[in-house]
Design a protein around this ligand. Structure first.
Ligand code: NAP
Length: 286
């Protein structure tokens, strides 16, 4: 039987329509959520991600401003820019597009963003709060994945989740969020031995490796739920995930496509976090 598709594109559209209405209502209270995006250098992939984020903001009425900095900008200049945005009342979210040039410390940059405006959820304070289950900005890709799973009415509690990948922006936090939802979580990574034996036990298999067509149906249990986070560009120019979609969909009960899966939800959760931040700013001022 062929798996049901969890379409991030459709879920994102639904969520963005309701966010647009929320932004309109906030406008009546003279509050417009604002997102500042900082892009350093000319990396084409980063440029296209930033463009997509700005377009999404415009579509739902979030004020967005882009700071394009040369790739020889100094770390101090970048930190000064962030400090100015930390103090700008029109800005509720600050996003620095990663990766940064080698002469700039990503750690210093992430830690310089005020946690109240950390809509990417990468600041150590946000990460710590997520870990202990406190209210905070959740990192957008993992947050989007949880929303996609829940959108299909799938019960997470008690499920065995296997995450392949342990990066700080995807693998580790998605496992943590699902643990917070009472799943049993196992991580696999490049040093994992006999990975197939582990992935075949997964009720929910999350693949975040960054290698085209890395996981096929032989890694899956019949009926499992497959979330493909990978985005890989083939020589043909086509995008593909880490999972061999056509093969996996014959074994899985649900599967996310690439493109049109996790990607659109990542941006949607960024919009969500920015709106939440704006709302919290009124509470803080009052
Ligand atoms: P990353 O930082 O490069 O991490 C990749 C992970 O894969 C690492 O933990 C690595 O293990 C593991 N890995 C590598 N080779 C492996 C192997 N042979 N067996 C098992 N594990 C292996 O990548 P990332 O930032 O997490 O991103 C992963 C993918 O998701 C990329 O394709 C990226 O473009 C995509 N992505 C998509 C979105 C979206 O919105 N759709 C957002 C973010 C990322 P070690 O830790 O042991 O090295």
């Amino acid at each position: 039987m062929s798996a049901l598709i969890i379409s991030g594109k459709e879920l994102a559209k639904e969520k963005r329509e309701s966010m647009k209405k929320e932004v309109e209502l906030l406008g009546k209270e003279e509050l417009q959520p604002g997102l500042a995006v900082i892009l350093v250098g000319e990396d084409p992939a980063s440029q296209s991600y930033v463009k997509a984020k700005q377009k999404a903001c415009e579509e739902i009425g979030i004020y967005s401003v882009l700071y394009k900095l040369e790739d020889n900008v100094t770390e101090t200049e970048l930190l000064n820019q962030i400090e100015a945005l930390n103090n700008d009342p029109k800005i509720h979210g600050i996003l620095v597009q990663l990766p940064l040039p080698a002469h700039i410390s990503e750690k210093a940059v992430i830690e310089s963003i005020c946690p109240n405006k950390d809509v990417d959820g990468f600041h150590p304070i946000s990460v710590g709060k997520m870990m202990i289950g406190e209210d905070t900005f959740l990192p957008c890709t993992p947050f989007g994945i949880v929303e996609m799973i829940k959108s299909k009415g799938i019960t997470i509690e008690g499920k065995h989740v296997v995450v392949i990948g342990r990066s700080n922006i995807v693998g580790k936090p998605v496992g943590q969020l699902l643990l917070n939802e009472n799943a049993t979580v196992t991580y696999c990574h490049s040093r994992t031995k006999d990975m197939k034996n582990i992935t075949k036990q997964a009720d929910i298999l999350i693949v975040a490796v960054g290698k085209a067509n890395f996981i096929d149906a032989s890694f899956m249990k019949q009926g499992c739920i497959v979330i493909d986070v990978g985005v890989n560009r083939l020589e043909s120019g086509k995008l593909c995930g880490d999972v061999v979609f056509e093969d996996a969909k014959e074994v899985a009960s649900y599967i996310t496509p690439v493109p049109g899966g996790v990607g659109p939800m990542t941006i949607t959760m960024l919009l969500f976090n920015t709106i939440q931040s704006a709302k919290k700013s009124i509470v803080t001022v009052k």
